[in-house]
Write a protein that binds this ligand. Structure first.
Ligand code: C2O
Ligand code: CU
Length: 489
């Protein structure tokens, strides 16, 4: 019989931090990334279902859409250095958690059952401590039934502003959320997880949308002005080739971390490939009055229009294009490459790979932890180094992929020996993308990196104490085995 309850440590009940440091035994020490006197902002956050006319006003309304605070694809903004104290309430009919994607939080606020907390049952609450040490473009989403809940819309943006950015003279900021909807003819959500999809590229939505709308936005911007476009692939499955029909566009940041600008035109094929969870900041210079800039996903046979920027005369003069560089954040801990230890990982299919790793030793604080059947699927199609997260009916937490040392630098080599791309995400860290075996690319900081078939990508990071998962962000892949974890202490 499968137990539906996770583990309980120190008798903590739902609604409190499940793992208080004192009760945590040999659990890693949580690391606060802001000083204790950092300014605090209280946020009450509720996840609930609502009805949303996703297909348009004249079409049947979609029921059981999931949103935070009653706002589809909610956006939250805060200055760098702020601490969010989040009182979260789960008003959904099923268990959930909140994961702060890319944010360097103490791991007990990372939202991952069963290694940082228990799932939050329907009707229950949980307090998250979310320091925002680094400026950037983040998002948050559940980490329990993620395929189902994110599929039904449960994603929100978190923009962390650097005061120094305010000096960069953009005329306009435009956010593009790439997120399809998987709807039947009747406008109602269809099953998000399919065996066929989960074992291949993932199950796609049936209608495409930008910022929730099936009609791509048309945005007015000053002619000859400067627009900061901030794109995120919040879809569970789709990989896009981000590009636009002007030469005057430059990449400014990846996953919200500034890089010296790169002209989009000089990138291979003039596009930037982005998988689920990846973000991109781009500077677009507007053309003369009346002209338009069209931003596309060029990956599909017929390019999909994501947004049209329309130039309106505001008396601005034409001038040569020079990308507006963003300030580079100094707070992110950087790896020491000379002293880094190397670890090799293989992303593979589960067929023939399942090694069902030996369980954790009985005295391990997580020895009794179970992967919640309410949180993940019961199919196993993928593995990392022959281990799958939840191998079929075995719901024991697998042992960590490795035990790392707090403060030590590591180089992770990630080799994809499958036929599909995998956007690999490491929790709790912002890493440096070092190299790819298949393409030339600049080094940059990120929290998610796309690894293409037959490609090996190297990333490096300085390890921070905690239990952190490492997984593919194609959500059905994650739900069918493509996840492991590191214990860093
Ligand atoms: Cu946005 Cu573990 O994920
Ligand atoms: Cu994947």
């Amino acid at each position: 019989m499968i137990t539906r309850r996770g583990f309980v440590l120190g008798g903590a009940a739902a609604g409190t931090l499940a793992l208080s440091p004192s009760a945590a035994g040999q659990m890693p020490r949580p690391v606060d990334t802001l000083p204790a006197d950092a300014p605090v902002r209280h946020l009450s956050l509720t996840a609930a279902e609502m009805d949303v006319p996703l297909l348009g006003a004249d079409k049947p309304v979609t029921r059981h859409f999931c949103a935070y605070n009653g706002t589809p694809l909610m956006r939250l903004r805060a200055p760098r250095g702020t601490r969010l104290r989040v009182d979260f309430t789960n008003a959904l009919p099923s268990a959930t958690t909140v994961h702060w994607h890319g944010v360097r939080v103490p791991y007990l606020s990372d939202g991952v059952a069963p290694i940082t907390q228990e799932p939050i049952p329907a009707g229950a609450s949980f307090a998250y401590d979310v320091p925002l040490p680094d400026p950037g473009f983040y998002f948050f989403h559940p980490h329990c039934d993620e395929t189902g809940q994110v599929g039904r819309g449960l994603v929100a943006l978190l923009l962390v502003d650097d005061p120094a950015e305010a000096k960069v003279p953009f005329d306009l900021e435009h956010v593009i959320v790439v997120k399809d909807w998987r709807l039947g003819e009747d406008g109602q959500f269809m099953e998000m997880f399919t065996n066929e999809g989960a074992s291949t590229a993932g199950t796609f939505g049936t209608v495409r949308a930008t910022n929730g709308s099936v009609v791509p936005p048309r945005i007015e911007a000053p002619a000859h002005g400067d627009v900061r476009v901030r794109a995120i692939v919040a879809d569970s499955t789709r990989v896009i080739d981000f590009g636009c029909d002007t030469e005057e566009a430059a990449i400014l940041a990846c996953d919200g971390q500034a890089i010296p600008p790169i002209l989009l035109d000089t990138a291979p094929d003039g596009i930037w490939r982005m998988g689920p969870a990846q973000r991109l900041d781009v500077h677009v210079r507007m053309p003369g009055p009346g002209a338009e800039v069209k931003i596309y996903d060029y990956r599909t046979a017929e390019p999909y229009l994501l947004t049209t920027l329309v130039a309106v005369d505001k008396g601005r003069k034409k001038r040569p294009f020079k990308p507006l560089a963003l300030p580079i954040a100094k707070e992110v801990p950087l790896p020491d490459l000379k002293r880094a230890q190397r670890l090799d990982f293989l992303v593979q299919t589960a067929a023939g790979a399942i090694a069902v790793a030996p369980p954790l030793p009985p005295d391990d604080p997580l020895a009794k932890a179970l992967i919640e059947s309410v949180c993940v699927g019961d199919k196993t199609f993928w593995a990392i180094n022959r281990n799958s997260w939840g191998a079929g009916a075995d719901l024991r937490l697998p042992p960590p992929l490795d035990t790392l040392k707090d403060g030590q630098s590591y180089i992770l080599s990630i080799a994809n020996v499958t036929k599909h791309p995998h956007p690999m995400h490491l929790h709790g860290h912002i890493f440096r993308v070092l190299s790819s075996s298949r393409k030339k690319m600049p080094q940059y900081l990120a929290d998610t990196v796309l690894v293409e078939p037959n490609e090996t990508v190297e990333i490096a990071f300085k390890a921070t104490s905690g239990n952190w998962v490492f997984h593919c962000h194609i959500l059905e892949h994650m739900d069918s085995g493509l996840m492991g974890w590191f214990r860093i202490a």
